[in-house]
Design a protein around this ligand. Structure first.
Ligand SMILES: [Fe+2]
Ligand SMILES: [Fe+2]
Length: 402
């Protein structure tokens, strides 16, 4: 069985006969470097995994220890007992469909006589938007479009998953309705970008197909404590990032696009409120395990949902996209530290009492983490290598600084 030891999230080397591109060495280094201290993440790659990676349909994949079902089964009772709470406190953050905006509210109307004129206006409006802005917007849209992965992720969580696909528990109702709300985000951005005529839609569509095929392991271990901490973090991250693309669109004079990014950001904010409320409740009923879950999630680092993105060409696509997002200050390492600091305050971590020794250590670790991340980031900035011009297939291979 055991062929070789592979580090966390790295890939076994493939023979040159493979006609499928996998992430490059630098991607492998980047992925594994965040977890070098975790010796336990070394394990043998199985023959089957290596064979799977050689198959032509196989997109970039995560090959590391994938821990499952880390929550003790008896804790599922907590989530069962919170059913009523979730109905009163969680579902209220969903918006009735009839009151929701729909992508068509912000797009040219194909049934109207003025359709071509509206498309022309749209193209005129986004003329002033630079290529690097489009790269960031496309990356954000692709992240939204991998929604099947995120719904799957929620349905991996023990005690809250949608057991049938139409389950009537509050948790399942939330997950389906949340997905349905989120579905409008990728839909609207995709159509806007298509109409703009500024981006290579075929390359973008390929990237989406690869990404959904890759999936993701956010290291939430079927554990709803970890899962809801992850979603709290991510909803805030997307709120920040869409808010910033809105600001840029406004600065470049495309008010309609600014409005689009703004309404998406406001959905993300509402979702953040809901997920942080769940974790707040977990802190109330089970502070010890919740603070340890938060420390665990932060030690593992919050992986970005689209970190396996690939367009069939660029082995470092996510790295390049992230670097443009960082340069444009749409989503930065500083934001990561800010989000953690916000959550530490939101959940009153410093004031938690009655914790076990391990719980107190987790509390200290988490409270001291934001300034530590910032210091590390400043040092990394000092060592940052100069940016180089990188071609992005999403903008027809034109080069931008990444
Ligand atoms: Fe979204
Ligand atoms: Fe979201």
């Amino acid at each position: 069985m055991a062929l070789k030891l592979i580090p966390a999230t790295s890939f076994p080397s493939l023979t040159s006969s493979s006609n499928y591109k996998l992430p490059s060495q630098s991607q492998r280094n980047r992925r594994s470097s965040s977890r070098v201290s975790m010796a336990s993440t070394l394990r043998p790659a199985t023959t089957k995994e290596i064979e799977n990676l050689k198959k032509p349909y196989s997109p970039p994949q995560e090959v590391h220890v994938q821990v499952t079902h880390s929550m003790p089964p008896q804790k599922m009772e907590i989530f069962k007992s919170l059913e009523g709470w979730a109905e009163d406190n969680l579902l209220v953050h969903l918006k009735p469909v009839e009151k929701c905006w729909q992508p068509m509210d912000y797009l040219p109307e194909p049934e109207s006589e003025g359709f071509y004129e509206q498309v022309k206006e749209l193209r005129e409006r986004c003329k002033e938007l630079p290529d690097d802005y489009f790269v960031v917007l496309v990356g954000d849209m692709i992240t939204e479009e991998a929604l099947p992965t995120y719904q799957t992720m929620l349905n991996t969580l023990d005690g809250v998953r949608d057991e049938t696909g139409a389950s009537l528990t509050s948790w399942a109702v939330w997950t389906r309705a949340w997905t349905a709300e989120e579905n409008r985000h990728g839909d609207l951005l995709n159509k806007y970008l298509y109409l703009s005529g500024r981006v290579d839609m075929r390359q973008i569509e390929k990237t989406i197909q690869y990404l959904i095929g890759s999936g993701m392991d956010p290291k939430t271990e079927n554990n709803p404590y970890l899962g809801f901490i992850y979603t709290s973090f991510q909803e805030r991250a997307t709120f920040i990032s869409h808010g910033n693309t809105a600001r840029h669109a406004k600065q470049h004079g495309d008010m309609k696009l600014a409005q689009i990014c703004g309404i998406i950001a406001s959905d993300e904010k509402r979702h953040e409120t809901a997920y942080t409320k769940i974790v707040e409740k977990l802190f109330e009923v089970d502070p010890d395990d919740t603070v340890m879950a938060l420390a665990d999630m932060m030690k593992k680092k919050i992986s970005m949902p689209a970190h396996l993105m690939y367009d069939g060409r660029d082995d470092n696509l996510f790295e390049h996209f992230s670097s443009v997002a960082q340069r444009l200050e749409v989503y930065t390492a500083k934001d990561y530290a800010d989000i953690l600091e916000f959550l530490v305050g939101r959940w009153n971590i410093e004031k938690l009492t009655g914790l076990s020794g391990e719980g107190r250590r987790a509390q200290d670790f988490v409270c001291g983490l934001p300034p530590r991340i910032r210091r590390l980031e400043e040092r990394a900035q000092g060592r940052a290598k100069p940016t180089s011009n990188v071609p992005f297939s999403w903008i027809f291979g034109r080069e931008i600084k990444a």
